[in-house]
Design a protein around this ligand. Structure first.
Ligand SMILES: [Zn+2]
Ligand SMILES: [Zn+2]
Length: 322
């Protein structure tokens, strides 16, 4: 028996044993390898270049707080400028708190912080949207509205802040779930659209980057706890509606038995993407490129005709009046 465990790199006691590889790490070496992996993800996938202005979407949850902390640490190394963007969806007894954590983090690192609400941007808070939607026979559910509006909100605010890239806190578990979800829905070709390297698809779209794509959720929680980073621990009151619940539980169970599951799913997605990029036109073109149109109402991009955001707003106006 070799317990109590010591770090495999020094003589300090271990605070974490990586399930994959079973390597014990002390706090210093855990932090070092945590940050190093993010740096490697950034460099391997060309997430951003030197002297770029980088936005971090910070909700105040563990992922975004940890991401901001790591990117701030890497700032000098990557000579990039950081700005923080927070979107307040307007969810009573939940968002007020998480915005507070986002503010705290932005102030700690003395960063420019852009905070906008759904109410400012679209005229409705998420709670108001849900109240209107609940009056209808077939309500669409909070997450579908929130997803559409938040995506737009982040893009508009990032564009106005004049940034080159927008980073989000999606971690390896989130990304692996998305890949499997696409397979389960028979939409495996969507994987070809999710290139980890940010690319400018349209002049009005700010490219997205996910520096935590190779970082397991478990390590993000641990990084926050071990480094005393305050974050919003309560999850969104609407999250129970999300259809990912059973898939998430299944993948966590499976990952407990086979710790490299998340990593393997992401690697598989990368291999599919690599194969797709080697295909000759028109096959590659057909599946990997989305048509981009301009919405006649708001001038933002859409897949064809009226965009999803204008669709949502006109749906709400109609229901509100009826
Ligand atoms: Zn150590
Ligand atoms: Zn529109």
């Amino acid at each position: 028996m070799s317990s109590p465990k010591t770090c495999h790199k020094c003589s300090q006691p271990a605070c974490y044993i990586r399930p994959h590889g079973k390597l014990p790490l002390c706090l210093t070496h855990f932090n070092e390898s945590f940050v190093r992996r993010v740096k490697k993800t950034i460099l391997d996938n060309n997430l951003f270049k030197r002297n770029e202005r980088i936005a971090v979407g910070v909700s105040g949850g563990k992922d975004s707080i940890a991401l901001l902390t790591v990117l701030h640490e890497l700032k000098k190394d990557l000579s990039s400028e950081l700005v923080v963007i927070t979107i307040d969806e307007g969810i009573a007894n939940y968002r007020e708190d998480s915005v507070k954590y986002a503010k705290l983090a932005a102030e700690k690192f003395d960063l420019e912080h852009h905070i906008y609400s759904f109410k400012d941007l679209f005229g409705y808070s998420l709670d108001e949207i849900i109240a209107i939607d609940a009056k209808t026979e077939r309500s669409l559910g909070a997450c579908s509205f929130c997803g559409i509006l938040r995506r737009r909100a982040l893009n508009v605010v990032a564009r106005e802040a004049g940034v080159n890239v927008l980073c989000t806190g999606h971690n390896q578990d989130d990304e692996a779930q998305t890949v499997i979800m696409n397979v389960l829905r028979g939409e495996v070709l969507r994987i070809m659209r999710s290139n980890p390297t940010p690319n400018k698809k349209h002049r009005s779209l700010i490219p997205r980057a996910k520096p935590f794509r190779r970082t397991p959720e478990e390590e993000i929680v641990l990084y926050c706890v071990l480094n005393d980073l305050p974050y919003q621990e309560v999850s969104c009151s609407y999250a129970v509606e999300a259809s990912r619940g059973p898939l998430r539980d299944f993948m966590l169970d499976y990952q407990n038995m086979y710790p490299s599951t998340g990593m393997n799913v992401i690697s598989s997605a990368d291999k599919i993407l690599e194969l797709a990029t080697q295909l000759k036109e028109p096959l590659n073109n057909k599946y990997s490129k989305r048509k981009i149109d301009t919405c006649p109402e708001c001038g933002e991009i859409s897949s064809s005709g009226q965009c999803k955001v204008c669709e949502v707003i006109s749906y709400l106006k109609e229901k509100e009046e009826s």
